[in-house]
Design a protein around this ligand. Structure first.
Ligand SMILES: NC(=O)c1ccc[n+]([C@@H]2O[C@H](COP(=O)([O-])OP(=O)(O)OC[C@H]3O[C@@H](n4cnc5c(N)ncnc54)[C@H](OP(=O)(O)O)[C@@H]3O)[C@@H](O)[C@H]2O)c1
Length: 241
C-alpha cells in the first residue's frame, strides 16, 4: 500500500543542499508540508526560495541534541523524518588514517543522525517513518574507505533494530553511490571532474548519480508502507565493481 505525500508533514535535516534539497523539492511538489533544516541561514534561504512552495526553514545544528529537541518541539507534529546531513572526514588509506579526523567524521555524520532521530521521536506520528542516508562505502570493499565504511555502516546498523523497536514507525535507509552534489566542492574542480569521469566509467549504469536519483529512493521508502528495516542501494551498481 502506498500513501500520498499530499499534506504529509516531512522534516528534512540537511535539506538545504544536494540530496536533502531534492527530497524537499519532490515532496513539496507532491503536496507535502516540508521543513528543511541546516546550519547555514543563507543556504537555507536560497533552498527555500528554490523549493518555491510553502516550506519552513529552520537553522539547526544536528550535532546539538538540545537544539534539535527545541527545533522539533517548535515545528510540531511530523509524519516523516529524513536525515540527509553529512560530514566529509574519515577517508584515506588506513595505515596513515588520521584518527582524530575519523572521530570528527563520526561526530559530523553518525552522531547528528542519531541525535536527530532520537529528538524527533516525540513529534513523529506513531506509524510514520524515519529515513537515514548512509553511503555505499559501507557495502563495498574499496581501499581507502574503511573509515567512511565504518561511519556509514554504523548508521546502517541502526536500521533493523530500530525498525523492530519503534514499530509501527518504519525505519529505513538509502545507501548512495557517487552523487554530483556540493559535497564534492571540497575537491578541486579538475580533480573532481576526473574523479566523476572515472566513477561513471566504473559504474554499471554508466554515469554518476544526481540528487534526484537518491531523492526518488527516499520518497519510495516514505510512500510504500510495506517498507521497513530496509537499506536500499542507490549507486548505479557501483558496489558490484
Ligand atoms: N554526494 C555523494 O557522492 C554521496 C555519496 C554517498 C553518500 N552521501 C551521503 O548523502 C547525504 C547527502 O549528502 P549530499 O551529497 O547531499 O551533501 P551536501 O550537498 O553537502 O548536503 C549536506 C546537507 O547537510 C547539512 N548539514 C551538514 N551538517 C549538518 C549539521 N550538523 N546539522 C544540520 N545540517 C547539516 C548541510 O547544510 P549546512 O552545511 O548549512 O549545515 C547540507 O544541507 C550525506 O549523508 C552524505 O554523506 C553522499
Amino acid at each position: 500500500m502506498t500513501i500520498s505525500l499530499k499534506d504529509q508533514r516531512i522534516a528534512v535535516i540537511g535539506g538545504s543542499s544536494g540530496v536533502g534539497l531534492a527530497v524537499a523539492e519532490l515532496a513539496a511538489a507532491a503536496g507535502a508540508n516540508v521543513t528543511i533544516a541546516g546550519r547555514d541561514q543563507k543556504k537555507l534561504h536560497d533552498a527555500a526560495a528554490k523549493i518555491g512552495k510553502s516550506v519552513r526553514a529552520e537553522v539547526a545544528d544536528a550535532a546539538n541534541a538540545e537544539a534539535m529537541r527545541n527545533i522539533f518541539s517548535l515545528v510540531g507534529p511530523l509524519d516523516h523524518l529524513v536525515l540527509t546531513l553529512s560530514g566529509a572526514k574519515g577517508a584515506g588509506p588506513f595505515r596513515d588514517l588520521n584518527l582524530d579526523e575519523l572521530r570528527q567524521g563520526f561526530e559530523a555524520k553518525f552522531w547528528p543522525h542519531v541525535i536527530s532521530a532520537q529528538a524527533a521521536l516525540p513529534s513523529l506520528r506513531k506509524d510514520g517513518s524515519i529515513t537515514f542516508i548512509s553511503a555505499i562505502s559501507a557495502r563495498m570493499a574499496n581501499p581507502g574507505t574503511a573509515g567512511l565504511a565504518a561511519i556509514n555502516g554504523a548508521i546502517e546498523a541502526l536500521v533493523r533494530p530500530l525498525a523492530m523497536e519503534l514499530k509501527p514507525l518504519r525505519v529505513n535507509a538509502v545507501s548512495p553511490g557517487v552523487i554530483d552534489t556540493a559535497w564534492w566542492n571540497r575537491v578541486p574542480e579538475t580533480q573532481r571532474t576526473a574523479l566523476f569521469e572515472q566513477s561513471a566509467a566504473r559504474t554499471p549504469a554508466g554515469r554518476i548519480g544526481q540528487s534526484e536519483d537518491v531523492a526518488k529512493a527516499v520518497l519510495f521508502l516514505i510512500e510504500d508502507t510495506f517498507m521497513t528495516g530496509a537499506v536500499i542501494e542507490c549507486d548505479g551498481g557501483l558496489r558490484l565493481t
